[in-house]
Design a protein around this ligand. Structure first.
Ligand SMILES: Cc1cc2nc3c(=O)[nH]c(=O)nc-3n(C[C@H](O)[C@H](O)[C@H](O)COP(=O)(O)O)c2cc1C
Length: 378
């Protein structure tokens, strides 16, 4: 075992706005079922702190439902409301004691919510041809911009360094981005990516205006959806450029381009992944993610329940080359950090054999209603 050479790009410092990070690692949002009545339990705060102690200094808290009754019906999910503010402040404090910073992820399920009268989406579809719930009204869109902003202000008051707007994986804001299910003709949908991106952009602009210039705003997006891995938000680099440009203009600081496997090229004839293209076209810092340290992707874990094998040395070499080539700035590590809180420290020491491998059993029994997603794969 030998220490990583000082020149390892993964272990060079990075400044994200006011946040001085000692390395390039981020823990992405992951629901863990450690909340009661929407509030993170002390064990969730301890879990985050333990990861910060293990070397990852930017932690995105698990998706937190925004302050609106339509946001989620999941029983064990977090919320970010006045009632849960103190519990989030405890998480931020614990992470801070280990020298880390927290972003709180702002989330709304949209049509992934099983229809109970409160399942809303752009046009009442969860995937092409599959109706669920109803279309959000223009009044609701205005109300929801306020709800996202209110929750961002609560996150700021709880001491979070910023928020991450969740517009990925087929949830509410991603449903707006996805042409396959956003058929609105009121300026918030249709064939034009600029119209589909308008709602997320208005949310970001409102958060920026309310929370001020120093508050970090990340926006997470993806091409793939939990209900459709082949779906696309941006069919071409030109569409991606329009989307990224709008997010920058609205006040986003960092784009978190979510993929299932970070090493897969986004478009033929070029090795760059979605994050790489986004950085080149959008002019903003980017976070990459997807199967770092593991040979199977997160949906294989969820849907097939198959355990991963380690894939570490190859990933490190690839990530180092891509950071050196400025394809991306930061690297999010999900399941590998659930499996081993010291994953980053062990990478730095190049002690790969000591890494404790993530298994599905680490997730425990998630009380999470995934009927809508499972039905899509049946
Ligand atoms: C248990 C679990 C819960 C997750 N919850 C969220 C979430 O709340 N918000 C989100 O954006 N992604 C969520 N994800 C996706 C992860 O943030 C990440 O993108 C994904 O696991 C891929 O990274 P990995 O391959 O390193 O695990 C979750 C993943 C797991 C394993």
């Amino acid at each position: 075992m030998s220490a990583a050479p000082e020149s390892s790009p993964l272990f060079t410092p990075y400044r994200l706005k006011g946040l001085a990070l000692p390395n390039r690692f981020v823990m992405p949002a992951m629901q863990r079922g450690m909340c009661a009545a929407g509030s993170p339990k002390p064990e969730l705060a301890a879990y985050y702190r333990r990861r910060a102690e293990g070397g990852v200094k930017l932690i995105v808290g698990e998706s937190a439902a925004i302050d609106h009754e339509t946001a989620t019906r999941q029983p064990t999910s977090a919320w970010i409301t006045h009632a849960t503010r103190d519990a989030w402040a405890h998480c931020v404090d614990e992470v801070g004691k280990a020298g880390g910073h927290m972003l709180i992820q702002l989330w709304h399920e949209g049509a992934v919510r099983k229809d109970d009268g409160l399942s809303i989406s752009p046009s009442g579809y969860v995937q092409p041809g599959k109706a669920n719930g109803r279309a959000a009204t223009l009044d609701e869109i205005a109300e929801l911009i306020e709800a996202y902003t209110r929750s961002a202000l609560i996150a700021q008051d709880a001491g979070a360094a910023g928020v991450e707007v969740h517009a990925a994986h087929g949830y509410f804001l991603d449903q707006f981005l996805w042409a396959g299910i956003n058929h609105r003709d009121d300026g918030y949908g249709g064939a034009d990516i600029a119209q589909r991106a308008r709602f997320p952009a208005e949310i970001v602009a409102s958060i920026r205006a309310a929370c001020g210039p120093d508050f970090v705003i990340s926006l997470r997006f993806s091409q793939w959806k939990e209900v459709d891995y082949a779906a696309r938000v941006a069919g071409t680099p030109d569409e991606l450029a329009v989307f990224a440009g709008m997010m920058k203009q609205a006040g986003v600081d960092v784009l978190h381009a979510s993929t299932r496997r970070f090493w897969e090229p986004e478009w033929d004839g070029d090795r760059r992944n979605l994050a790489g293209w986004t950085r080149a076209l959008g002019g903003l810092p980017v976070i990459t993610v997807g199967s770092v340290g593991l040979d199977t992707d997160v949906m294989t874990t969820f849907i097939e329940g198959r355990d991963a094998k380690p894939r570490v040395a190859e990933a490190v070499e690839d990530l180092e080359a891509r950071i050196a080539a400025h394809e991306f700035d930061l690297v999010a590590v999900g399941r590998a950090l659930i499996g081993d809180p010291d994953f980053v420290k062990k990478l730095e020491a190049r002690d790969y054999g000591a890494i404790r491998l993530f298994t599905r059993a680490d997730l425990g029994a998630l009380e999470w209603d995934t009927d809508v997603i499972h039905e899509a794969h049946a």
